[in-house]
Design a protein. Structure first.
Length: 198
């Protein structure tokens, strides 16, 4: 083995954008970045990539919290993260796959299950309720114009209330938006997420 030290890697850019240094963050934006740092131990590259548009940073966070963190949600945190991971895997959004896989590993304590969901949730041994939610999230992602009343009937049959269906639709729709922003800008995944909870 060589005794030479590896050269120190230079930090990766957070996206393909070449906007230069963002403007000084407002108190509201800085509070959001501080909350993210406190919660995750790092700031998401997806947030850093859009700092030149503070209203977008704040608006995206508000919708994210409304869809995924409502304490009155009829879905469990595990179910919300399952939907996020299924949508993000289908869209091949690296930052979101890394992030939601990490969150689901934290919740389940089962990295193999989470990897199986990320690759093909159909083979992951999900419960009927989880599988039906995953199927619904996938259809919202792939073919939203083909959703019919029967799709909601399948969710009801699996034990979901109409409020749970509303929550599932909101989570899937939000992550389709988030995935598209990240992919359109070439946002790089946070390596910290890839390594978390393994």
């Amino acid at each position: 083995m060589s005794s030479r030290k590896r050269p120190k890697a230079s930090p990766s850019p957070v996206s393909w954008l070449q906007l230069g240094k963002p403007p000084k963050a407002s108190a509201e934006v800085q509070a959001l970045l501080d909350r993210t740092q406190e919660k995750l131990g790092y700031v998401r590259n997806g947030q850093l990539a859009v700092l030149h548009r503070p209203n977008l940073v704040l608006g995206q966070d508000a919708i994210s919290r409304a869809a995924t963190q409502d304490p009155d949600s009829a879905l469990s945190r595990r179910e919300r993260e399952l939907i996020a991971l299924v949508v993000s895997s289908e869209n091949r959004c690296e930052p979101c796959v890394f992030g939601h896989a990490a969150a689901l590993r934290e919740i389940t304590g089962d990295p193999v299950l989470v990897d199986r969901i990320a690759v093909n949730y159909r083979h992951a041994g999900l419960s009927e309720r989880e599988r039906t939610l995953a199927d619904y999230a996938l259809k919202i992602t792939r073919r939203p114009g083909e959703i019919e009343p029967e799709d909601l009937d399948a969710l009801r049959k699996a034990g979901l209330t109409d409020l749970a269906i509303l929550d599932a639709a909101a989570v899937a729709a939000y992550f389709n938006f988030s995935n598209r922003i990240n992919s359109a800008l070439g946002v790089t995944p946070n390596p910290e997420a890839a390594l978390a909870h393994r």
